[in-house]
Structure formats: structure tokens, C-alpha cells
Design a protein around this ligand. Sequence first.
Ligand SMILES: Cc1cc2nc3c(=O)[nH]c(=O)nc-3n(C[C@H](O)[C@H](O)[C@H](O)COP(=O)(O)OP(=O)(O)OC[C@H]3O[C@@H](n4cnc5c(N)ncnc54)[C@H](O)[C@@H]3O)c2cc1C
Length: 281
Amino acid sequence: MSVVVPRTLTDALRAMAANPSALLLQGGTDLMVEINFNHRKPVDVIALRKIHELRAVKIDGETISIGAGLPYQEMESGQIAELVPALGQAARTVGSPQIRAAGSLGGNLGTCSPAGDGLPVLSALDAMINLRSANASRNVSIHEFMVGVKRNAKQPGEIIVSATVPIVRGWQGFAKVGVRNAMVISVASCCLVVDRTKGSIAVALGAVGPTVIRCRQAEQWLSTNVDLKQDAMIGAKLAKEFGERVANEARPIDDHRGTAEYRRHAVATLASRLLQRSGAR
Ligand SMILES: Cc1cc2nc3c(=O)[nH]c(=O)nc-3n(C[C@H](O)[C@H](O)[C@H](O)COP(=O)(O)OP(=O)(O)OC[C@H]3O[C@@H](n4cnc5c(N)ncnc54)[C@H](O)[C@@H]3O)c2cc1C
């Protein structure tokens, strides 16, 4: 097995162009597990960890662009957690401190598991994913990037460079349910973002479908029943109905982590609680 360790993005893209089937390795918290279980047998690996450009955070006033290689520990607190609180909350729930020191959004996107905790946040914020190859750069909406269970729109020869999200004025939050409190893959997760400027709400669910699900009908229903431009208390009855409408849009399955019925119940509860929190003073 050959391992190339480029120091710059340009060198990594050159290495990818020369060998488009090479496997990209960032933190290795997904990939090394797959290799250990013999699910993958890489012949050539390009390790991205030494590339500083992939850890860059760029803020232009209205948007924030997060490098694909930035580890979760950098999102748990500080600037990113302040500007994108839901991402900070999601980052704090990932694995353990060791996993958060290595794991990255680029890896979450690369694996594209429906249970990836960064993905509902990127979906609720309508993130744009920047992909680069040796000859081209393109931006793909997160909704087009995630195409199925562990499948994404990345082409051979491309590297995920960053995810860009708007800096939203309003409330946002992420919550998940697992079989225990820490070090746990989501059985169900939910991200809710209230945009007070636009008067809109976005809700995205993880682990209850083949890929992350945006609940467009529940979003529409709420925005016709509540003036989301105002900071308003949300009553328990409204929140409960909202949760039920969100759950109706989930497409959960039974598996070793939980039943479809439990998952539906879980996302109803998560969405309802997050909505109530959004109006709490
Ligand atoms: C003990 C444990 C606990 C975990 N807990 C959680 C959890 O709570 N929540 C959660 O969401 N995940 C969890 N995970 C999974 C994992 O940590 C995350 O999915 C993480 O985001 C993967 O990032 P990474 O940098 O380690 O990716 P890697 O393992 O390095 O790569 C993962 C995939 O993405 C591809 N890839 C990586 N970077 C790029 C790039 N820049 N461009 C293109 N492709 C790329 C790789 O080729 C590979 O296919 C856990 C894993 C372990 C082992």
C-alpha cells in the first residue's frame, strides 16, 4: 500500500489526478474502522492531515466557510460555535475528545452516513459544498451532494475542500438521541434553524431515512401559523403538532440501533423541544 502525504492542496489534487482511485484519509475515524473490519482494502492512500488549507475558516460577514479537514474540537467552542451554534452543538456530541480531535466535516461528508451528526446542520443551513479537482472547482448544494445511504455526488479525482453556510440571525439548535449519553452514533437527530430576517424555519433530520431529510411541509405549516420574524413564545400544543408533522416526513427503518416506531417518536420529541427552546427567553 502506498501512502502519499502532500503538504498543499495543489499537491494533493495532483496526486488525485494521477491516481483518481486513491483513498483520501483525513482523521481516519471512519476510514480506519472500515479498513480494520476489512470492508475496504486500499491500495493507495492520500493523507490530507498536513494540508493547512483544508483547515481554514473564512468569514465574509454573511457566510462562514469551514475547511473540510478542520477537526470537530475546533468547532465545539469559539468563533464557529458562536456564529453557527447548531454546528458547535453537533460537534460537541461527536464520539469522544479523541474522535473530535481527529474527525472532520469533510470525513462526515465523505462517508455520508444518514447518522452523520454534521449533516443535518449543513442541510438545515442549505450549505454549499466546495469540491475541487486538478482542473476544476465546483460548488454543490448539500441537498444535491447527499444522494443516498453512504453515497454522495463527489466524483473520482475530487477533494471536498469546504462547506459554506450563512450566518443566520435567529435561533438554531441540534439535538440527538442515542443508546447512551456519550460516544454514541445517532439513533435519531434533528437540527432546527429559525431565520428571523427571512421569517423562515428549517428542520433537518438525521438517521431516519436513507439520507438527511428536510421537513419542507412542517416548515411551511409553521411559517404560516407563526410570525417567525418576531421573537415569540411557542406554546406546548403548537410545538407538539409541529413535532408530529416533522415525524410524518421521516422515513425511518428498524435496525440494530432502534425501531422505526421509536425513531419517529424520537424525532417528534426532538423537533418539538427544539422549537420550544427557540422561543424560550
Ligand atoms: C468511536 C467513534 C465514535 C464516533 N462518533 C460519531 C458521532 O457521534 N457522530 C458522527 O457523526 N460520527 C461519529 N463517528 C464517525 C466519524 O468520527 C465521523 O464521521 C467523522 O466526521 C469522520 O471524519 P474523518 O476526518 O475521521 O474522516 P475519514 O475517516 O478520514 O474519512 C471518511 C471518508 O471521507 C472521505 N474523506 C475524508 N476527507 C475528505 C475530503 N476532504 N474530500 C473527499 N473525501 C474525504 C474518506 O476518503 C473516507 O471515505 C464516530 C467514529 C468512531 C470511531
